[in-house]
Ligand binder design. Sequence first.
Ligand SMILES: [Zn+2]
Length: 351
Amino acid sequence: MNRRDHTLESSSPERVTTFPFTAIVAQDEMRQALLIAAVDPSVGGVLVFGDRGTGKSTAIRALAGLLPRMRAVVGCPYACDPAAPAEACPHCAGKLERKSALVPVPVVDLPLGATEDRVVGALDLQRALALGEKAFEPGLLARANRGFLYIDEVNLLEDHLVDLLLDVAASGVNTVEREGLSIRHPARFVLVGSGNPEEGELRPQLLDRFGLAVEVATPTDIATRIDVVRRRDAYERDPAAFCATYSKAERAQAKQITLARERLPAVTIPDAVLEACARLCLALGTDGLRGELTLMRTARALAALDGTHDVTIDHVRRIAPAALRHRLRRNPLDEAGSTARVARAVAEVLA
Ligand SMILES: [Zn+2]
């Protein structure tokens, strides 16, 4: 994307009125996790635990608003990148000439009551009845391609939808075989789930698939609460004026993401840091190697955001709770919460 595209996109009208990412008070861990997912989507999504009304959905929309618009093939329901159309795209496959346009990075909500048809797509009944054609009507997974899929109260989602999402999230391809249809289309997205653990446990398989898990809570100190309320009120009274006061901070934040993405491939991880990751995961008894892999990738994205080319133990220390707290085996003899257990292991192993 050239410079001019960038300027145009940041001054487009709908951007101006999204609550700014940089105006979110506190919730540092959530913001950090979302930034990491934006820099390296391969870290595997973000799970946000916590109270209602802590601005989870606002934060995701705000983050998407910061990302540079993406170039997409006009008319492609999966918004393929014209420079690298997905192999599995039924729309773009075989087409030599593709018109493209700049579009915002999608943020798609998956509501709890959604049917499987609505999620994966289904036979377009109207066309089937009117024209006798077997056409595919793309679903929410199609719209989320190259963007974010947000599920509020993911812990209450039906098991068969969870399984389906996990498969698609892992492969980046949605396969629909039913009603005589056989379709494969690209569906690569960052999964962001939120939930309140008191209202239903998340299955370990699901937990393990999220790269990062963060906790958000309604702030308890008076000054922060006042700040939250004051900013929300100012925003609602005059969104344009409120956003204008944050435009400089937003530009700086957007630039940080762009630079981090560019820097990421060159960021290196010294052996000593990898060894520290391994020792930490061993000490915590996390299952398999996914914990270590995530710890490594997220520490690398964090280093890229910091503007350095080397991952340090400090990056691991900062990201360890979010990368590991949801991968601990239950220990009936250890009453401490998972966050406290990670903190203790970090203090012992990475001293
Ligand atoms: Zn396409």
